[in-house]
Design a protein around this ligand. Structure first.
Ligand SMILES: *Cc1c(COP(=O)(O)O)cnc(C)c1O
Ligand code: SF4
Length: 344
């Protein structure tokens, strides 16, 4: 039992290696460039971004030194290109503000609700669709968590709860245990899901306690990780995911189609192949959300279609992610429609 609400802080296990890794992320552009052997003249840095640089060292270790165009570096480097105002790019592109039913509870799609259990992320992805999300405003206090549980329990159409954020695995295991225990006690729930980038960012986050927690959970658990490029998935990530898979956790991946990161057919195929090799199936490939500051990652529509058709032509169906975009009032993520040429 924890003394404070999950969003409140560190609990008692402050000293685990992954928590130290969370506190020692790189937040200084010059330090990052020095580690990678790059100079300021190699990149067009914007030092005045409110959404500042933040990247875990374990992730930086997978970047190629001396490469300003490294696909991992591009995901985190604050560039002046983010200042370009683009028509249609806004602070809340998914109109999530309208879907907030309780503090921290988003209900947009039938049967599943999404809980923002932590506003914290050890990385700042430049394309993050929640980069302007008012986390402080939705951070529930203890009594409000009770309302969230009551709200879920009172709606029998809900069968799945998704823990999201921020990153839900930035919570200590004890707090997750409390949260998951409370959710597992809600009779109509049939599935638990976590959307987390932490197993990729800081593989040490997958502690044996977390593996037991998810493996022994009365609700079958799935974990949707987030990797955009095969280079993110090194042997440490593979080793962290293996025990989760053995414990019966369903492993899926979601990624975002990003110009200069993974907008080539070879890169997308390599990502799917690498995911399969480490026991993860591709789930979604999201088209970029039109969030202010991320316009330089946009891939033209024809190119998106071409890449999707290319994936279908190259990979078995189960290694082709569903290519989707978010449409604010839609009842699901909306699949990209392809008019494929049919022979004969
Ligand atoms: C993406 C999302 C989900 C999950 O959708 P699935 O298609 O089940 O993966 C649920 N709720 C919200 C608000 C979402 O944005
Ligand atoms: S890991 Fe996800 S929530 Fe965190 S900054 Fe990246 S895109 Fe946003």
């Amino acid at each position: 039992m924890i003394a404070r609400s999950p969003a409140d802080g560190q609990g008692t296990d402050v000293g685990e290696p992954w928590q130290r890794a969370m506190r020692t992320v790189i937040g200084d552009v010059d330090e990052l460039l020095a580690v990678l052997g790059l100079a300021r003249r190699d990149v067009d840095i914007d030092d005045a971004q409110a959404f500042a640089l933040r990247v875990p060292r374990a992730f930086v270790a997978r970047m190629q030194p001396g490469r300003a165009d490294d696909p991992l570096l591009r995901q985190v480097l604050p560039l002046r290109a983010e200042r370009l105002p683009l028509p249609g790019f806004s602070c809340d592109p998914l109109a999530e503000a309208q879907a907030v039913r309780q503090p921290a509870l988003l209900h947009k799609f039938h049967g599943r609700v999404l809980l923002i259990v932590s506003g914290h992320c050890p990385i700042h992805c430049r394309y993050c669709f929640r980069r302007h999300f008012p986390y402080a405003a939705v951070r529930p206090a203890r009594a409000e968590w009770e309302q969230v549980f009551a709200c879920i329990a009172g709606d029998h159409s809900i069968s799945e709860v998704i823990l999201s954020g921020g990153d839900p695995l930035s919570l200590p295991d004890r707090q997750l245990q409390w949260l998951i225990g409370r959710l597992a006690a809600i009779p109509q729930l049939r599935r638990l899901r976590l959307h987390s980038r932490l197993p990729v960012l800081i593989p040490a986050r997958v502690t044996s306690r977390l593996v037991r927690l998810l493996g022994d959970c009365p609700l079958p658990a799935s974990l949707v990780i987030h990797a955009n490029h095969a280079q993110e998935l090194d042997e440490q990530v593979a080793a962290a995911l293996a025990p989760l898979r053995r414990a019966g956790v369903t492993l899926l991946n979601q990624s975002v189609l990003l110009a200069g990161v993974n907008d080539r057919l070879d890169a997308l195929c390599a990502l799917s192949e690498r995911l399969f090799a480490i026991g993860v199936l591709p789930y979604y490939l999201h088209l970029l959300d039109r969030v202010a500051g991320a316009g330089h990652f946009a891939v033209p529509a024809e190119r998106c279609h071409e890449l999707y058709a290319g994936l279908l032509a190259r990979l078995p169906g189960y290694l082709v992610p569903r290519v989707v975009r978010e449409v604010p009032q839609a009842s699901s993520k909306v699949p990209l429609q392809l008019a494929l040429a049919v022979a004969g």
